[in-house]
Design a protein around this ligand. Structure first.
Ligand code: HEM
Length: 139
């Protein structure tokens, strides 16, 4: 096993953590937005704060180790990686949308709960990313 393969393993695990924690953040945001009781809302907010940190940790580590492979093996020259990174931009956009809502919730501001469409959108983006990077098509 090489150090590079270990880095790729770190990348894949953190990428899965990133995507998974965005689903969890959506659930917490919907729970907080739907909770009429201020005391219960306050208790949910504590969990929302914790859940909102995980996508940042997962995403940052996934990007660092992904970027290592991207530049070490010049994979940015391949079409499948270019298409994968276009989808990653979509993932980053979802990340920012959800983090902004979490910020509003933490500041006690009203926020629009995540649209139902965000879940299938995140699923499709993650599926597309994995299909491109595992099939490595188109080269
Ligand atoms: C900016 C973010 C990202 C960068 C720069 C990046 C970069 C890379 C690179 C360079 C590889 C090696 C590909 C190869 O061996 O040809 C890779 C592998 C992989 N990436 Fe990413 N990636 C990113 C985000 C993601 C995300 C969000 C996911 C999952 C949803 C993901 C899932 C994977 C998987 C499963 C592999 C392993 C593929 C294999 O070994 O066959 N990546 N990534």
């Amino acid at each position: 096993m090489t150090m590079d393969k270990l880095f790729l393993a770190f990348h894949v695990v953190r990428a899965l953590m990133w995507v998974g924690s965005l689903f969890a953040l959506m659930a917490f945001l919907s729970a907080v937005a739907g909770e009429p009781d201020p005391a219960a809302r306050g208790r949910l907010l504590k969990h929302l704060r914790e859940a909102a940190i995980v996508p940042d940790v997962g995403g940052t580590i996934a990007i660092v180790f992904g970027a290592h492979w991207l530049f070490r093996y010049k994979l940015y020259e391949t079409t499948y990686m270019q298409l994968k990174l276009v989808l990653v931009v979509g993932l980053l956009a979802l990340h920012v949308i959800l983090k902004r809502k979490a910020g509003q919730a933490k500041r006690g501001q009203d926020f629009v709960p995540p649209a139902l469409l965000l879940k299938p959108a995140l699923t499709a983006i993650a599926l597309g990313i994995v299909i491109f990077v595992i099939t490595k098509v188109p080269v």
